[in-house]
Design a protein around this ligand. Structure first.
Ligand code: SF4
Length: 383
């Protein structure tokens, strides 16, 4: 199958096959693949590019699992650098930001064997007491599966109890690579692919929206990536509950796969593009700036991505794995990244309702960006 034949399929609104996906990943001209994805992206969203005001919190890095790519988890409470927040410590993160509060709190954690389930219920309820309209996007499908097995409940019971406490949606983490040839090697002791997908299916069944991810750029092949994307497309055919897909670049520092190289910028752009093309039924593809750096994420907005994620504030998982990205970005910075990519910034809520639409920038802007006018008086004449 050639790129022209794939283009014709897309114009005829035919879904792409497994072989098409592999052809796209293998195609040497990443810009041509990106242009196809950009057409699809503009057909869905025009120039609109989304972001939100969100905040990441990891309440515990204690974890019973031993994923090879993980630089975040500590195996036991009491191990050096192991940390589990007291509830008030977690809530204080929001209390400290009430002047410019996040619209969404995104919580993911290790699989802690020693906490009572009530810890998580109280955690959610406490955030809602502080800010009743904050959206709680918490606990990956891997965590929900762990809660179900550890506390002796079904997925439905776990989700219903957490929802009563304040849970609004699920993030997409924990998907890694679904194919057993890879998953059994890099993440053998946590939820399987089928269990991950079943948690999302059950969440969708009670009207809860979720996201999905794929950790790429380590030991997997392009065929494994396409298999992963098609499994998500099949789930979406069934439930329609996935809001966004987020490709996550593998980072090798501080983990058991540190002998591998991190994926390059071209691989990141190609993965965004092929994801957009294969997942025609998932509305949004994110360029997660933490994973791919703000600079590459900005370019990805022309390779099929329509969302930069958010302000984030406190990312620690990728930083532990050697990411050079900052741990948070301001709204002004996100708006500038989007405007200078020639797109229209749209601040959204978690369900992609518009909070504020910004104007398109008049390009090109001044070449000199003065960060602090007082500190750069000599530059003011140039700006
Ligand atoms: S990726 Fe998640 S489940 Fe795996 S070791 Fe790290 S914290 Fe635990």
């Amino acid at each position: 199958m050639t790129l022209d034949a794939i283009r014709e399929k897309l114009h005829a609104r035919e879904r792409l096959s497994f072989e098409d996906g592999v052809t796209l990943f293998r195609h040497p001209d990443v810009v041509a693949v990106g242009q196809l994805a950009n057409e699809v992206r503009e057909g869905l969203h025009g120039d609109r590019t989304y972001f939100n005001r969100n905040m990441r919190i990891e309440v515990t890095n204690v974890c019973v699992a031993s994923c090879l790519f993980c630089s975040f988890a500590k195996l036991e409470e009491g191990a050096p650098d192991a940390h589990t927040m007291k509830l008030q410590e977690a809530w204080s993160e929001l209390e400290a930001r009430l002047e410019d509060p996040p619209a969404e709190i995104h919580i993911v954690n290790g699989l802690h064997p020693g906490l009572p389930f009530s810890y998580y219920e109280e955690l959610l309820a406490g955030f809602k007491r502080i800010k009743p309209d904050v959206h709680m996007k918490c606990f990956t499908a891997v965590e929900i599966h762990f809660f179900a097995t550890h506390y002796g409940m079904t997925y439905l019971e776990v989700l219903q109890r957490l929802r009563r406490a304040g849970l609004d949606s699920l993030p997409g983490g924990g998907a890694e690579i679904f194919h057993p040839e890879v998953r059994s090697r890099i993440a053998h002791d946590k939820a399987t692919a089928d269990e991950y997908l079943e948690v999302h299916r059950v969440a969708h069944g009670i009207g809860m929206k979720t996201n999905a991810t794929m950790l790429y750029g380590h030991i997997e092949t392009f065929e494994h990536r396409v298999d992963h994307l098609i499994r998500l497309r099949t789930l979406q055919d069934e439930t329609g509950g996935l809001q966004a897909f987020i490709p996550l670049a593998f980072h090798p520092d501080g983990n058991a796969m540190r002998n591998l190289l991190a994926p390059t910028a071209v691989d990141a752009l190609r993965t965004v593009a092929v994801s957009r093309l294969l997942l025609h039924n998932v509305p949004h593809v994110k360029a997660y700036w933490v994973s791919m750096t703000p600079e590459v994420a900005q370019i990805a907005l022309r390779f099929g991505a329509d969302d930069l994620d958010g302000t984030i504030v406190h990312e620690t998982i990728y930083r532990a794995a050697g990411s050079r990205s900052p741990s948070g970005l301001t709204v002004d910075h996100l708006v500038r990244l989007i405007q200078e990519a020639g797109r229209v910034p749209v601040e959204r809520d978690t369900f992609y309702s518009v909070v504020r639409e910004y104007p398109r920038a008049a390009l090109p802007e001044s070449a000199v960006k003065v960060r602090d006018r007082k500190a750069n008086k000599h530059l003011e004449v140039l700006s």
